[in-house]
Design a protein around this ligand. Structure first.
Ligand SMILES: [Zn+2]
Length: 211
C-alpha cells in the first residue's frame, strides 16, 4: 500500500469511527466555531504532534507548526509572517489564555543550526529562519561542560525555547495581555525516546518533568 493509500484508508477509519462517535461535537464545532484556550507553537517534525502528546481532541488546541518551533521577534519589515499572523489570530482573535512553545529532542532544525550553514542553495530558507535561534547556538557552544554534538544540540534546543518565549513578549498585543494576566506563556520540551515532557520553571530556569 502506498503512503497515500495508507492515508486514505486511515481517513476512512476516522470517518466511520472517530467522526461517527464524535459527530455531535464535530457539528457543534462547525456551527459555533472554535474556542481553544491554548495555542501551541510546535515543530513541523512528524514525530512531535501536540494533540497526540497531550491526548487532545479537535477544538482543544490552536497549533502553529514551523521549523524548530521558533517564534520570530515582532518585525515591521516584510509581509509574509506566517507564524506571527497565526499568533495574532490566536491571541487577538481567539483570545487564547495560554501560549506553549513546545520544543523537542533530536530536532533537525536545531541540528542544522549547530552544524552551520552549508553552501547548498537549498538550505537558504532554513538557514535564514534558524538565525532566530543564533544566540541559543552560541550559548550551547560556549558551554565547556558539553563535549558532544548531541549534548550541545540538547542544550541548544532548550535555549531556543527561551528565545522564542522572549520573542513572544516583543509583540505588543501579547505583552499587554501578559501584563493584564489574561495570557500566560509556557516552555515545554518533549523527548520521544523517553516519553518525557518537561516544563520550564520560570523561577529556577530549569526544566522539570510533567509526568
Ligand atoms: Zn524539530
Amino acid at each position: 500500500m502506498s503512503a497515500i493509500e495508507q492515508l486514505i484508508a486511515g481517513y476512512r477509519r476516522f470517518r466511520g469511527g472517530y467522526y461517527e462517535v464524535n459527530r455531535e461535537r464535530m457539528i457543534d464545532l462547525a456551527r459555533y466555531g472554535q474556542f481553544p484556550q491554548v495555542a501551541v507553537i510546535a515543530c513541523c517534525d512528524s514525530r512531535v504532534d501536540p494533540a497526540v502528546i497531550t491526548d487532545s481532541t479537535p477544538g482543544d488546541l490552536f497549533v502553529v507548526r514551523n521549523v524548530a518551533n521558533l517564534v520570530p521577534p515582532c518585525e515591521g519589515e516584510g509581509i509574509w509572517h506566517g507564524t506571527s499572523a497565526a499568533l495574532q489570530f490566536a491571541v487577538c482573535g481567539l483570545k487564547v489564555e495560554h501560549l506553549i512553545v513546545l520544543g523537542h529532542a533530536r530536532c533537525g532544525g536545531i541540528r542544522s543550526l549547530l552544524e552551520g550553514p552549508g553552501d547548498r542553495e537549498d538550505d537558504k530558507f532554513i538557514t535564514d529562519w534558524m538565525s532566530i535561534a543564533e544566540d541559543a547556538r552560541k550559548r550551547a557552544l560556549d558551554r565547556a561542560d558539553l563535549s558532544t554534538l548531541e549534548e550541545q544540540a540538547h542544550a541548544c534546543e532548550l535555549e531556543a525555547i527561551g528565545i522564542s518565549l522572549a520573542n513572544l513578549e516583543t509583540f505588543p498585543w501579547i505583552r499587554e495581555r501578559i501584563e493584564q494576566n489574561s495570557l500566560h506563556l509556557h516552555g515545554w520540551y518533549y523527548d520521544m525516546m523517553s516519553g518525557d515532557l518537561l516544563q520550564l520553571d520560570s523561577s529556577s530556569g530549569k526544566f522539570v518533568s510533567l509526568y
